[in-house]
Design a protein around this ligand. Structure first.
Ligand code: NAD
Length: 444
């Protein structure tokens, strides 16, 4: 049976490696960050992803899963190498491919026989070809001629539901160059083949484009409903009822029709920008996506404006911010709308009292320099102590069922900004709050 290595043990690589081991494979997970590897070897999981810790523990116990920082060990001992390192955005919106290229170079330097190199990282169209060239160059420098294939296998998992998504995908996309690579991938995904998962087999470039086109489409859908919500605010309509009725149309579907402070996370913001850059570079601008990027940035401004126009001068005002991560059930704060809002409120002079069930550590790490303006609290009730206003920025379950009289009794002011529309106006106003939400001016 072919051994699998997964390079990069972040939100994607750790799930891919662990779930592959759970499918019965022998898996080596490689990360250059030695402290992550040493934690993982002690059973300490560096990210919060529901269900993942138990599966890691089980597969460590059965010795199907190994963690190492030794590239040679991981590359020499696997025939299939998944690449799941980060592809963060550069200042200009382009994709920073340095981590992906570093892995390609290492594979070329260390490989000792045929390898299938599987790109899980989200990479611009054409990157598989560049990876191939880099590996070939290293082989040439070594004067050896091992065979290899580069497969594009973009990942669609959602943080917070990553284990389920990886093991129950809507589809698996495989960009392959030849039958040999396809046979290897069919074997790798045998469990999912047997489960009748649809497989989309195509070339590298098309597979790479499918990932960007899918993410950008969802980003456009979110921006669309946000703009409709903003219009509802002016027009006196209820965006929830609009979205619900729209979603009943099978051609539209109810998913991703939830208005709020805009999309965030490590994927949509950077992937939309990358696709827009690609469009410009190839002389075929994708105006719709460019507009969604602008709309998403405006949405943050609109949320801050809601607070400013209700509360007025924010100098020394205490604001409780509930939810810091970009979505619930993750500790990931990358591009989180909550934090973009927080930064602007601090700029306007506000003193923040923040709480998130899983995102506190990452937030403290990033905002250590703003200690004077941010108080980190133990729970939502402590965050509301003495607050003039409360903002729900991320819809963690525990914020959906708060003891509102208790919250009110802790607060000095009565402003309640429900940026995820999790409450009904009546149930909040009854306790003396001034309720503000997104696109429900009458508040159903
Ligand atoms: N996070 C998601 O929900 C998601 C979903 C689908 C696709 N993706 C894509 O998957 C890729 C990975 O995303 P992520 O969120 O898991 O990133 P991440 O930042 O959480 O993890 C990347 C890991 O790679 C490691 N790494 C970097 N260079 C390395 C090297 N040369 N050798 C070994 N390890 C190295 C880092 O130390 C880090 O632990 C990105 O391209 C992303 O766009 C992410």
């Amino acid at each position: 049976m072919k051994r699998i290595s997964v390079v990069g043990t972040g939100y994607v690589g750790l799930v891919v490696g662990t779930c592959m081991a759970d499918f019965g494979r022998q898996v080596i997970c490689l990360d250059k960050n030695e402290s992550i590897i040493s934690d993982l070897n002690k059973g300490v999981v560096p990210i919060f992803e529901p269900g993942l810790e138990d599966i890691i523990e089980r597969n460590l116990y059965y010795k199907r899963l190994e963690f190492t920082a030794d590239s040679a060990y991981a590359i020499e001992n696997a025939e299939v190498i998944f690449v799941a390192v980060g592809t963060p955005p550069l200042e200009d919106g382009d994709v920073d491919l340095q981590y992906v290229f570093a892995v390609a170079d290492e594979i070329g330097q260390l490989m000792n026989g045929y390898k299938t190199v599987v790109m899980k990282s989200t990479v611009p169209v054409g990157t598989a070809g560049l990876i191939r060239q880099r590996i070939e160059k290293q082989l040439e420098l070594r004067g050896v001629a091992y065979g290899f294939d580069v497969v594009s296998n973009p990942e669609f998992l959602r943080e917070g539901a990553a284990v389920y998504d990886f093991t129950h995908p809507d589809r698996i996309v495989l960009g392959v160059e030849n039958d040999r690579a396809l046979r290897v991938m069919e074997d790798v995904y045998r469990v999912l083949f047997l489960n009748d998962t649809p497989f989309e087999i195509t070339d590298n470039e098309t597979a790479e484009m499918i990932k960007y086109a899918s993410n950008a489409f969802l980003a456009v859908k979110i921006s669309y409903i946000n703009e409709i919500a903003n219009l509802c605010d002016r027009a006196g309509a209820d965006v929830h009822k609009v979205a619900k009725a729209m979603g009943r149309d099978g051609r539209i579907s109810p998913k991703f029709l939830h208005p709020g402070p805009g999309y965030g996370g490590s994927c949509f913001p950077k992937d939309t920008k990358a696709l827009a850059r690609l469009g410009r570079a190839l002389g075929s601008p994708v105006h719709l996506i460019e507009q969604a990027i602008v709309s998403n940035e405006n949405q943050i401004v609109k949320m801050v404006d809601k607070v400013l126009s209700a509360v007025g001068d924010l100098k020394e005002k205490k604001i409780a911010l509930l939810g810091l991560t970009f979505k619930p059930k993750t500790d990931d704060i990358r591009e989180a709308p909550a934090l973009a809002i927080m930064e602007r409120l601090i700029e306007a002079g506000a003193l923040m009292r923040v709480f998130d069930p899983e995102g506190m550590q990452n937030t403290m790490k990033r905002y250590g320099h703003l200690d004077m303006a941010i108080t980190y609290c133990q729970n939502e009730y402590e965050a509301c102590e003495g607050a003039d206003a409360l903002i729900i920025a991320t819809e963690w379950h525990q914020f959906r069922y708060m003891d509102l009289p208790r919250i009110k009794s802790h607060m000095d002011g009565n402003y309640f900004f429900d940026l995820r529309n999790v409450y009904e106006r009546r149930e909040v106003e009854i306790f003396g709050f001034e309720y503000h939400c997104v696109g429900r001016p009458k508040g159903s």
